[in-house]
Design a protein around this ligand. Structure first.
Ligand code: ADP
Ligand code: ADP
Length: 226
């Protein structure tokens, strides 16, 4: 089944002004459950814009966005926020973990906010930490972990509330190649285990090549990368 569908999505910035820029020019995309898709393009091509529209953080000028069968294009802000909290996990280049909380707490807190019990939230957090190999860091604060460990914890947090869709913007961008590989392997494993649909923007062609499909953003449209 399709977890994410974009149809004819366009986006301009500074519309009607001299500095108008058309970033997306009719983007069509389908990501199925369990599929991990790489999004590659040079800096400034519109990857972040596309991820933000797919994740309902921004709106398209025209076109349709369908998440897990729901057309979210016309939803108001309240409905979009509810949908985002329930269905979408985000990972960025820099992890944004809460510094005063442990790894475990960082994964528990979003679940408590979603109405999950402390006990179930901790069980899920530990399961996720174990699946990416950082369970030994459960009680450590982010500052006491390596960059690769922090980023694996950030994956776990993004997945805490069982989103249908994972959106990642250069998730291994600030890691050295070996660490980046390890973090990526962890991401792929969790994505498979959880049956996630994932769209991952990266500059790293080697990592992109390990995903199910590689798409390039070229003049505002998506084309298969060769
Ligand atoms: P990427 O993620 O591929 O680097 P972005 O989606 O961040 O690309 O940006 C695409 C283009 O849109 C760039 O030229 C950028 O300067 C421009 N842009 C992004 N956000 C804004 C904004 N809020 N206002 C105006 N221009 C923007
Ligand atoms: P909460 O208040 O529970 O964090 P939000 O609706 O603010 O929920 O955010 C839901 C998800 O979207 C979170 O993963 C959050 O990190 C991300 N998010 C919210 N606003 C932005 C933004 N402006 N840019 C990037 N990510 C955002």
């Amino acid at each position: 089944s399709n977890m994410l569908e974009l149809q004819g999505v366009t986006k301009h910035y500074n519309a009607g002004k001299p500095n108008e820029v058309q970033v997306l020019n009719g983007v069509d995309l389908t990501v199925k459950k369990g599929e991990v898709v790489a999004l590659v393009a040079p800096s400034g091509a519109g990857k972040s814009t596309l991820l933000h529209i797919a994740g309902m953080l921004d709106t398209a000028r025209s076109g349709r966005v369908v998440i897990d069968g729901t057309d979210v294009t016309g939803l108001d802000d309240t409905a979009r926020t509810a949908m985002r909290r329930g269905q979408v996990g985000f990972i960025y280049q820099f992890h944004h973990l809460l510094p005063e909380f442990s790894a475990l707490e960082n994964i528990v807190l979003p679940q408590l906010a979603n109405g999950v019990s402390q006990r179930d939230a901790e069980a899920r957090a530990l399961k996720l930490l174990t699946s990416v190999g950082v369970e030994a860091r459960a009680d450590h604060r982010p500052a006491a972990m390596s960059g690769g460990e922090q980023q694996r914890v950030a994956f776990c947090r993004a997945l805490a509330n069982r989103p249908a869709l994972l959106l990642a913007d250069e998730p291994t961008g600030n890691l050295d190649p070996a660490t980046s590989d390890r973090v990526f392997e962890a991401l792929m494993k969790v994505a498979r285990d959880e049956g996630l649909a994932a769209l991952i923007a990266t500059h790293n062609m080697e990592l992109a090549g390990k995903m199910d499909r590689v798409l390039r953003l070229d003049n505002g449209v998506l084309v298969p990368a060769t």
